[in-house]
Design a protein around this ligand. Structure first.
Ligand code: ZN
Length: 296
């Protein structure tokens, strides 16, 4: 019986792995040229940014492990080389899944200290368990508030956003090229996932968006964590959505209302189109309620 179970579970695991691999087999990495040196790469998972010059490739986020070879091929095609430095905007697997593969290839991994902290140990969120990452996949350069890098003469500003999508988010800004990668502090035209179990909060996300609004102008090209390339006006729309929904939930809480007493359709009225993805009206209402009700 035990043997049968072992065979069965082995079969199920390999089926699952095949399905997972199958899902990635069909993924094609698309590149969007933003400037002479900067591209956004789209595949499956968080949007990737790359900065290329004659000697180096700086990469921002790296999607899922099964996509590393495709990403490397695209980077080779665009730059003739490989990733030398890799910044993680936060710890989630759809942004750091390729770390091990890029780390083995010699990339120096850079991220907020909480990214290293969370990736170093097992993380349990509901029924999702993320095992600790191998040492080669961990950031080797970390910071608390941010850092300034220079890739030859191109300055790169990395800034930590406090308790936003998680507790380890960073923006990566190229002031000379006027390109900003916001990681998952920005989901374009859709309700965001806010990872309260990883130290995220609605107020932190709103604050992060306000910081971004101070950095950008009408010409800034903004790479959102998820969604297509964006501009300042998309970010203004996003800010309006978040603050509108937040204030309705806050008012309800102030009046002594419970989560059960909230009607997601009323709370998100006017933003029906924004709930089509992974986070629907009910989920965002719940997240904001829980975030505002949690003891700080
Ligand atoms: Zn994320």
């Amino acid at each position: 019986m035990l043997r049968l179970l072992t065979i069965l579970s082995f079969f199920m695991i390999s089926q699952f792995a095949l399905l997972a691999q199958g899902r990635f087999d069909a993924v094609v990495i698309k590149d969007h040229k933003l400037t002479d040196n900067i591209y956004m790469l789209e595949g499956s998972g968080g949007n990737v940014g790359i900065y290329i010059n004659d000697d180096e490739v700086l990469m921002i986020d790296d999607q899922f492990a099964p996509l590393s070879d495709k990403l490397k091929a695209k980077i080779k095609e665009l730059s003739g080389g490989k990733t030398t430095k890799l910044i993680n905007t936060h710890w989630h697997g759809d942004h750091t899944g390729g770390n091990e593969n890029f780390g083995k290839d010699g990339a120096m991994i850079i991220a907020h200290e909480n990214v290293r902290g969370r990736m170093s140990k097992e993380v349990v969120r509901g029924d999702r368990v993320s095992p600790p990452s191998p040492a080669i996949a961990l950031p080797v350069v970390t910071y608390k508030e941010g850092m300034q890098l220079y890739i030859m003469d191109e300055p790169v500003m990395i800034t930590h956003m406090h308790r936003a999508h998680t507790d380890g988010d960073s923006f990566v800004f190229f002031p000379e090229s006027n390109v900003l990668h916001m990681g998952d502090c920005f989901f374009k035209n859709r309700f965001p996932f806010i990872d309260l179990n990883s130290g995220g909060s609605i107020d932190g996300v709103i604050k992060a968006v306000e910081v971004a609004l101070m950095l950008v102008d009408d010409k800034t090209q903004i790479i959102p964590g998820h969604g297509s390339m964006a501009s300042k006006s998309d970010l203004v729309d996003y800010h309006k959505c978040l603050t509108t929904v937040r204030s309705k939930v806050a008012q309800h809480i102030k009046g002594g209302g419970t989560l059960e007493g909230l009607d997601p359709a009323i709370i998100t009225e006017g933003y029906e189109e924004w709930g089509g993805g992974f986070i629907n009206a009910e989920k965002i209402t719940q997240t904001i309620f829980n975030s505002l009700s949690s003891i700080e």
